[in-house]
Design a binder for this molecule. Structure first.
Ligand SMILES: [Fe+2]
Length: 210
């Protein structure tokens, strides 16, 4: 069963990842995969993590726990031969007006982030994207700094005058990047109804902590 849309540019994607580049791939999942990943979050009532007012809620997925995630990983491994081991994943559903995920890095070699919510949810097409800085945290920082102290990360990036890559929000747009690159959500603003909520699905491959 193929949950990824069939495509003929896997060679280009593989080469880009081998060069440690931020790799953007549109039309990534099949419509059936998107439908499932979107709607199970939209109609979920109990989440694993609640990130508070004007933020988001999360469901976590670990290997051999979530059949659709395991199938996606299997499909991906067939196409990306160098893909490190799948470690964990999550899906976030954001409040209609949300500050999103604050500046941080993840302890992974490759992150796959994809938006499974619809294209026409945004109140402003320039919002709702992902901001990625092609830079790692200083080597003497601890996890609590790069994964838990967004103010420290912000000051570091401002002091270094590092400009980010802004990836615009788009349904079914996958972004594959080194998880240790510092990143955050852009400001989130979508139309009011429940079906317009921004929903992301993320998989982490490989670990920098082993
Ligand atoms: Fe992240």
């Amino acid at each position: 069963m193929n949950l990824l849309k069939s495509r003929n540019d896997w060679d280009v994607i593989n080469k880009s990842l081998e060069n440690n580049q931020i790799t953007i791939v549109d039309n990534f999942f099949t419509q059936a995969t998107l439908f499932t990943l979107k709607n199970r979050m939209l109609y979920e009532s109990k989440f694993h993590d609640y990130y508070g007012e004007k933020r988001y809620q999360a469901i976590n997925y670990f290997p051999n726990e979530d059949p659709i995630t395991d199938l996606i990983v299997k499909n991906l491994k067939q196409k990306i031969k160098t893909l490190p081991q799948f470690k964990r994943g999550w899906s976030f559903i954001y409040e209609n007006e949300s500050n999103g995920v604050k500046l941080h890095a993840d302890p992974s070699i490759i992150n796959l982030n994809i938006w499974v919510s619809d294209d026409d949810i945004s109140t402003d097409p320039k919002l709702n994207g992902l901001i990625i800085y092609e830079t790692f945290p200083p080597s003497d920082w601890e996890r609590k700094d790069w994964n838990g102290n967004h103010k420290k990360v912000k000051k570091y990036l401002e002091d270094k005058k590092i400009e980010p890559l802004k990836v615009y929000y788009k349904n079914n747009r996958a972004i594959l990047f080194n998880g240790m690159y510092l990143h955050r959500s852009d400001k989130i603003a979508v139309k009011k109804q429940l079906n317009n909520r921004r929903i992301s699905y993320t998989l982490l491959f490989g670990s920098t902590e082993e």
